[in-house]
Write a protein that binds this ligand. Structure first.
Ligand SMILES: [Zn+2]
Length: 265
């Protein structure tokens, strides 16, 4: 079992269980809940009773903390950590941004996942929103906000990009992150596929589009949502109010019908 050749920095953590019990068949992506450099994260894993196989900084650099051959202490779940390569990704924005992740870090994450899949014979990264997929997240195993709303919304894109590259599809990597349909699950969500059919702003980022929804809600139902681009509980509650006033199913999700109504289509 080898480690990735993409690593720019190595700081092995003593916090691991030694050799894995099972072959590598999964990848679990976490967030740091802070904008730590890969060196700072490496320091944290020297002392705190936690670790991950790899770390990715907002600058896109990759670090090795636990050899792939060994089980890291990352996901609050022994079975998952015995099967998964675990990755900690830095946040270039705080909680109010939904724990935003830089595009460089996201692209590095895709590259690292491809490399892990290739070396370990994983043919496809399956993200199906459950712990039974081959791409998993911390909150599937424990009551944690990890990996945060923004990174969660990127999981379908990450899996799609990785699989395109694994299949040799040359269009992979050419799709900017901001074009990617995204939907947060637990905090409510925005149906990007629909919103793009309603706006000509093809280059809008997810955050900008959430902002537009917040502005429209403020204008139409008189809420005073912060125009911060974060689809949090307050925005979800305003969407519910809007839905109930407009005879729509009240679920707090900005799905196709709600967006069509909101955008006046
Ligand atoms: Zn985590």
């Amino acid at each position: 079992m080898s480690n990735s050749s993409l690593i720019a920095y190595t700081k092995l953590s003593p916090n691991n269980s030694g050799k894995r019990k099972y072959p590598i068949t999964k990848i679990t992506i976490h967030h740091m809940a802070g904008n730590l450099s890969i060196e700072q994260c490496g320091e944290v894993f020297q002392s705190r009773q936690a670790s991950a196989n790899y770390g990715i900084g907002s600058d896109g650099r990759v670090a090795l903390y636990v050899d792939e051959a060994n089980r890291s202490w990352a996901s609050s779940n022994a079975d998952n950590d015995n099967r998964a390569v675990t990755i900690e990704v830095a946040n270039d924005g705080g909680e109010s941004s939904g724990w935003h992740v830089s595009q460089r870090a996201l692209e590095a994450c895709v590259g690292l996942c491809v490399d892990i899949c290739k070396r370990n014979g994983i043919k496809e990264l399956v993200y199906n929103g459950t712990k039974h997929g081959t791409l998993t997240m911390h909150c599937m195993f424990a009551a944690t906000a990890c990996p945060g709303p923004y990174l969660k919304s990127r999981f379908p894109w990450i899996a799609d990009q990785v699989n395109k590259i694994l299949r040799g599809d040359t269009s992979a990597g050419s799709v900017p992150v901001s074009f990617v349909p995204a939907k947060t699950e637990e905090e409510g969500g925005l149906d990007m596929a629909t919103i793009r059919t309603l706006t000509t702003a093809q280059q809008d980022t997810y955050d900008e589009l959430v902002k537009t929804v917040q502005i429209l809600l403020n204008a139409k139902i008189g809420t005073k949502l912060a125009k911060d681009g974060f689809y949090g509980p307050k925005t979800a509650a305003a969407v519910k109010t809007y839905q109930s006033k407009n005879g729509l199913a009240v679920d707090g999700m900005a799905g196709p019908k709600t967006l069509s109504k909101l955008f006046g289509v």
